[in-house]
Write a protein that binds this ligand. Structure first.
Ligand code: ADP
Length: 228
């Protein structure tokens, strides 16, 4: 195991003020995720899962504490630097795929690479390999509307890891799928984590799927609690 966590949160606090009330969502969250490790985040709605993932993904700033991406503190960085880390080092998968409807599976997977500055040829090569690895080798030219729900989510996973990030953050990635398809998408995700040494944090309500991850955590009163 590498001695640098892919993600480390140190004493992260986040609260929302609503009228006269203050909601304490994260009250001193400290935890690490290591390369090659898959962590399931299981907690009821409203517990703060999305908030935690947004802060870990540099989409939102904590009120206090520090977020280290591969040992690099990020809270004090300029927005442009945070965006650059997000593009190269962090991949996101959401419950709904958010693929671009006008573009094919391969184009959707090429785009983040081209935005980062890779050539069309390089982007296409990596996109082709990745989609084939995820079982979509026969679907490269299909648009999202021509793909099943499970296939769409696998393209979303390919897009998320297209730039070979060290960290993958997924918010209910199979929440919108039937159990059999969810199972398949989850297996694909697990295979990818094993093959690439990616660190993954996956929020899910599915306890059976969570049971297949390396670690399970929950949020209780704003703190991370490790589950069996
Ligand atoms: P989860 O993903 O576990 O369902 P969230 O992180 O989305 O939880 O939200 C945690 C709590 O914080 C919820 O009670 C939600 O209403 C509240 N919340 C989230 N974002 C905001 C915001 N921007 N302003 C005020 N309250 C918010």
């Amino acid at each position: 195991m590498s001695d640098t966590p892919a993600l480390h949160l140190e004493a992260v606090e986040r609260r929302y003020v609503q009228g006269n009330a203050t909601l304490e969502i994260l009250s001193g969250v400290t935890f690490s995720v290591w390369p090659g490790e898959s962590v399931a985040l299981i907690a009821p709605s409203g517990a703060g899962k999305s908030t935690l993932l947004h802060i870990a993904g540099l989409l939102e700033q904590p009120d206090s504490g520090e977020v280290f991406i591969a040992d690099r503190p990020t809270v004090g960085l300029a927005d442009s630097e945070r965006t650059s880390i997000r593009r190269t080092d962090i991949g996101f998968v959401y419950q709904f795929h958010h693929l671009l409807p006008e573009f094919s599976a391969i184009e959707n997977t090429m785009l983040p690479q081209m935005i980062r500055g890779l050539s069309r040829g390089e982007s296409k090569k990596r996109a082709t390999e990745l989609l084939a690895f995820l079982g979509l080798g026969e679907r490269l030219e299909h648009r999202p509307s021509e793909l099943s729900g499970g296939e769409q989510q696998r393209v979303a996973i390919a897009r998320a890891v297209a730039n070979a990030p060290h960290l993958l953050l997924a918010d209910e990635p199979t929440g919108n799928l039937d159990p059999h398809t969810a199972d398949h998408v989850f297996e694909t995700l697990a295979k990818l984590v094993r093959a690439t040494g990616l660190a993954a944090v996956i929020a899910t309500h599915n306890l059976e799927l969570a049971g297949r991850m390396n670690r399970r955590i929950t949020l209780q009163e704003g703190q991370i609690v490790e589950l069996a």
